[in-house]
Design a protein around this ligand. Structure first.
Ligand SMILES: *[C@@H]1O[C@H](CO)[C@@H](O)[C@H](O)[C@H]1NC(C)=O
Ligand SMILES: *[C@@H]1O[C@H](CO)[C@@H](O)[C@H](O)[C@H]1NC(C)=O
Ligand SMILES: *[C@@H]1O[C@H](CO)[C@@H](O)[C@H](O)[C@H]1NC(C)=O
Ligand SMILES: *[C@@H]1O[C@H](CO)[C@@H](O)[C@H](O)[C@H]1NC(C)=O
Ligand SMILES: *[C@@H]1O[C@H](CO)[C@@H](O)[C@H](O)[C@H]1NC(C)=O
Ligand SMILES: *[C@@H]1O[C@H](CO)[C@@H](O)[C@H](O)[C@H]1NC(C)=O
Ligand SMILES: *[C@@H]1O[C@H](CO)[C@@H](O)[C@H](O)[C@H]1NC(C)=O
Length: 500
């Protein structure tokens, strides 16, 4: 078993060689002459000396160039690290009063350039907001926006509880929850955002309010999918659930079995009353046949080889790490390979056997695949995520969200593209978009297209919020008019997925 796991990590770890740690600093004084921004930075420096980082300070570069995707590196005029909610309030009052452009970052696990970073403006880095407070009586946990999911899961483990959160442990809490958040627990309890019971949020005015089912309930609804359009959430209170050992791991297949894996997936998704304790995602590295297809599967009880995964058991594996283990150990197996630049595109459809067969064909033989291979060994990972009606029903039961999801069984597909050089950014983006369009056309032609674009998997130019539907967008705008009447979070926070 240990060997098998080691070998799967080797499949991912080879990517390290591309990384080579050539951190070319992009900060070299592209810093603006925007005097009012610089003067605000000076004011912050005098107010919060040890929480403000100017471009000439040693800590600045590590903070500006967040260690994940280089596409998200930028040159903020200064970086602020508020350590508590009153500081966030003061910072927002000053930014609003002086009309200073800014960006907000929690974990920064978003490849979109300027989604959580900024040039010529202020970057608010929330990573010092590290509250982790379990309330056993109410079975909820309050989580600071700056935490990453690993800390949340590890903090809850002594109570044998978990939360509906990220599947990758180094993803930040804030971006995932405000973008909706897909979890291995979602078929049971809904999306991550559906499990928030309270948002502590600082509005453009600097006022701190609670948004929950009984207080500011319109804002509560809007923040479930509303991203950075309404305020800065400093603390999320979310429901927790019991968790013990699970059965899970990764099954690796030769790329030639992709059609078989997708046929099995279709069967898995169409059995009557799919077992909600079973969850999975498929990842196929179709630009590199030596990585193949990885099936990441988990059963949320300590039971090996449950019937829910029957459709997959007959397909020959190259490796198989499935074992009974803790939920956190299972998730720690899934690491993003160390590739310097990333982008991703999302699309959704209602699956059928024939559509999956067409998609297997598109992602292995479309002309874009060869073109991507020629882009400095770009690596494409096709992620396929089954979403069952029980997930959508659980969201409605929890009081609904802004996402406008159709109550149908569906698949959220993501094309993850990793590459090396900034000179290839546009090419990698355009080729992946073109591949996404090809898949979308196949699903439209088959009458199986679903409007929804999953925000946490979307590229910077995908119109995520517009795809929530007119009803949702109109309601979001009404909430915006009420809580941010001068549109600070539209005009000054330009990055990310905007309400418009
Ligand atoms: C920053 O300075 C304040 C006092 O001015 C101090 O209380 C706080 O601990 C310092 N924070 C850090 C991170 O050094
Ligand atoms: C950084 O720049 C500020 C002015 O913008 C200056 O006051 C400060 O002394 C500089 N610090 C260093 C370490 O050069
Ligand atoms: C970046 O993060 C990865 C894991 O997420 C870690 O292995 C690596 O050491 C980090 N690199 C730097 C320069 O911090
Ligand atoms: C909802 O907000 C009100 C007003 O701030 C607060 O008193 C109440 O405790 C909040 N409810 C929850 C579930 O956090
Ligand atoms: C969704 O799929 C489940 C099987 O997992 C099935 O029982 C259910 O009827 C389907 N729902 C819809 C609305 O198609
Ligand atoms: C494909 O992946 C293998 C590891 O499985 C690696 O050795 C090889 O360099 C990769 N090839 C390309 C073209 O990226
Ligand atoms: C990428 O697509 C954009 C928008 O369609 C287009 O303007 C641009 O020329 C394309 N660039 C490349 C390098 O393909």
């Amino acid at each position: 078993m240990a060997n098998s796991r080691g070998s799967i990590q080797a499949r991912l770890a080879w990517l390290l060689q591309f990384f080579c740690l050539i951190f070319i600093s992009t900060t070299a004084q592209a810093v603006s002459l925007d005097l009012h921004v610089l003067s605000a930075c000076q004011q912050f420096k005098s107010l919060y000396g040890n929480l403000t980082f100017l471009a000439n300070q040693t800590q600045y570069t590590a903070l500006a160039d967040e260690n994940w995707s280089q596409t998200a590196w930028a040159d903020p005029s200064c970086i602020l690290q508020p350590a508590n909610t009153p500081q966030v309030q003061n910072i927002l009052r000053l930014l609003t009063a002086q009309q200073i452009p800014f960006a907000i970052r929690s974990g920064g696990h978003l490849p979109s350039p300027l989604g959580a970073n900024i040039n010529r403006g202020v970057l608010i880095d929330l990573s010092l907001l590290k509250t982790l407070d379990y309330d056993a009586a109410n079975e909820v946990v309050s989580i600071g926006s700056g935490l990453r999911w690993q800390a949340v899961y590890e903090g809850l483990a002594p109570y044998e509880r978990t939360a509906v959160g990220g599947r990758l442990l180094d993803v930040g809490v804030g971006g995932l929850l405000l973008g909706s958040g897909l979890s291995y627990l979602s078929d049971l309890y809904g999306l991550a955002c559906d499990n928030v019971v309270n948002f502590e949020v600082v509005l453009a005015s600097g006022e701190m309010v609670n948004a929950n089912a009984t207080s500011n309930s319109d804002l509560f609804w809007a923040l479930k999918g509303g991203a950075n359009n309404f305020g800065i959430v400093t603390t999320f209170t979310v429901r927790t659930y019991p968790i013990g050992n699970v059965w899970g791991g990764i099954k690796a297949y030769d790329l030639e079995y992709l059609p078989d894996v997708l046929a099995a997936l279709n069967t898995y998704q169409s059995v009557e009353n799919k077992d909600p304790y079973a969850n999975l995602m498929v990842q196929a590295a179709t630009t590199n046949s030596s990585i193949g297809v990885l099936l990441n599967l988990v059963y949320l009880k300590p039971m090996a080889n449950p019937a829910a995964f029957d459709p997959f058991y007959g397909i020959p594996t190259l490796e198989d790490t499935t074992v009974i283990q803790s939920f956190v150990d299972f998730m720690s197996e899934a690491v993003m390979p160390d590739i310097p630049r990333w982008d991703w595109h999302a699309t959704s459809f209602k699956p059928t056997a024939s559509l999956y067969s067409q998609i297997a064909d598109i992602v292995t033989t479309a002309p874009e695949i060869n073109e991507l291979i020629s882009v400095n060994t770009a690596t494409l990972v096709v992620g396929i995520q089954p979403i069952s009606t029980s997930l959508i029903a659980a969201g409605h039961a929890a009081g609904s969200n802004a996402l406008g999801l159709e109550a149908v069984n569906q698949t959220w597909l993501v094309l993850d593209i990793g590459w090396e050089k900034s000179t290839d950014d546009t090419k990698a983006h355009n080729l992946t978009r073109s591949l996404k369009n090809r898949i979308e056309k196949a699903s439209v032609d088959a009458g199986q297209y679903v409007e929804y674009i999953f925000m946490n998997d979307a590229s910077w130019d995908q119109e995520v919020i517009a795809h929530y539907g007119d009803e949702s967008v109109d309601r979001l705008k009404a909430v915006r008019d009420k809580y941010d009447s001068t549109e600070i979070f539209q005009r000054l926070v330009k990055g990310g997925f905007k309400l418009g």
